[in-house]
Design a protein around this ligand. Sequence first.
Ligand code: GLA
Length: 732
Amino acid sequence: MAIVYDEERRIFSLHTKKTTYQMMADGYGYLLHLYYGKKLDASMEYMITCFDRGFSGNPYDAGADRGYSLDALPQEFPVLGTGDYRSTAFQVREENGCFGCDLRYAGYCIKDEKYALPGLPAAYGEGQTLEILLRDQRLGLEVTLLYGVLEECDVITRSVKVQKVAGEECGGKVYLEKVSSACLDFLHGQFDFITFYGRHAMERNLQRARISHGKQSVGSTRGASSHQYNPFVILARSETSEETGECYGASFVYSGSFSAEAEKDQYDQIRFVMGLSEEQFSYPLDKGEIFHAPEVVLSYSAEGFQELSCHFHQCVREHICRGRYRDRIRPVLVNSWEACYFDFNGEDIVRLAEQAAELGIEMVVMDDGWFGQREDDNSSLGDWEVNERKLGCTLSQLSDRVHEKGVQFGIWIEPEMVSQESRLYREHPEWALQIPGKKPVRARNQLVLDFSDSDVVQYIYDKICSVLRQGDIQYVKWDMNRSLADIYSGKTRQQGKVLYDYMKGVYSLLERLTAEFPDILWEGCAGGGGRFDLGMLYYTPQIWCSDNSDAIDRVCIQYGTSFGYPMSVMGAHVSAVPNHQTGRVTDLHTRGVVAMTGAFGYELDLGRLSEEEKEQVREQVAMYRRMAPLLQQGRYYRLSNPFEDSHGAWMVVDEDQKQALCSVVLLEKHGNMPVIYVRLQGLKEGAKYRDHATGAVYSGAALMAYGMPIPVGLGEYQSWQILFEEWEENRL
Ligand code: GLA
């Protein structure tokens, strides 16, 4: 049984394959957190200690018991107003401005399926649900804590439903000022907070910092999960490494503003809270109304980051990504963006298709610039009409011509945006998010459509559908190229709802379009990785990882991304040199090795390749096709830290441990350098492995215990790839 309830002690235990999560409704009706970690068959309430602590108040019903204080006790869902002064998970403002919510245990329910969330993405699939009902009688407010148990991938999910069940008799409307989805309290232990910070074109750098007294937080207030901080974080014991030690991962299944806070309190306890950002959030709830907080996916590993990543990779692949392409090998594509930017016509796209076909590339994507009057990034967003004058033909004719070359066809869209220089904006200026009387903040010279308004979403839905019906289209790249500002919708008097409702509008459009066109491969994008999160991955099984296509920077970007996301969801392309973002020159082999680790493609003018390069591309594509099942479905291991080491190294091993592909990129070269060794992982101890290229045979145990040297002649930015196959004879 994954969920066990001990009725006598009112203790709930959630068990996955290797972990246990435990909580207790105590005598006062507060829900105390007892444990999360290695699988246990024990009741942990003996860990709770109570004694009189100065300036840590006591609930009224504790009477003379001055030892009971919520300021010190570990809790499941701490609330502002109960005498807990740490980061809380829930804050409710009443009409008169006061914050006095007090939630008590009111019942539970266990269900034999994983819950879903209306209008929001959430992990799906075989699992169980525990619902715990908390009630504030005075406010007529019911809060249901939802726990999903995905046993096989050692995942516990959390979400929260808030319902106002009474009206005027309970003081009328309330405003939800903060609704976090998960809280984890640790009674003791030294923890590091590992976060993934970045910027446009350099996302998901790893930062590891000791959690010290006070609050440390990352998050986004941009209306998108952001390039700046990813909504995936790790809490790790100070000694935890790739292969050993305890760590907890938390990933927010949401693509808008968020917050992840870690706090070391006055008693050296650690609290972690994750959920919606409080900034510009104030959600009114009247009698009968319900609010759903997005989901947080939690996982624990006792065996280091490697194992933790593996849980998240499995969860994302099997319980988040959906659709026809979920388990399919993705087609190798060539994208027109870095090949020609806005400067193309239909002939150029057909030529690209012809060249693609010659090289074995399976799909051509016509990126930005095919609609309205769009010749640069200053106009036409919102005018989703094919620019037939520019293309020299209709979309249907173009897609036919591309298909005639034996190549699939994809297009780019940016549905949430509007250019002021567009027909749509001239007709409907009120559809853009902007504050009356204030000049809006512009970014990339564009404004954001008010997706909290279902009429706007409906209009865009119709427009995009009509485009997608015009041609035989197999792929769509869904872009989003600015942060939100000027949060004001003419459709509501409650502007504190808009950011959340905007995200729900985006999800509703994604849901409808992906359902209407189930055969299309959808790729998410927000100026590269500005919305790289489980919310988007629920609709688009891959996301363009970064606008930075430089192979050397990509080693770091993909390394950081790999902690919380499988390689199969990372769009990665070989682009031209000197690289358009960095000016760096790397050889074609290295660019291939790096891009091949993700959802592989090209993003350059194929016509400019030399015959020799074309031959190399043909080989790369063929190699990728052969290796794709291993690369996209195998178990991924990080073998170096490219932020610290002079090289990037990683490997992928298939489920049977019969095949492993190890890749190394030299990030810097110095005179008379020490030899670089890589220690392999994930092989069978008792097996021998043969280097596919040279025929040399190695012991699996030895490769993992002591590793192997990489070729000493490798120059800066050069790479080395070695395919190991289990050597069946002569077993050790
Ligand atoms: C964003 C994307 C790019 C490209 C451009 C087009 O920056 O990340 O890949 O599609 O928009 O304008």
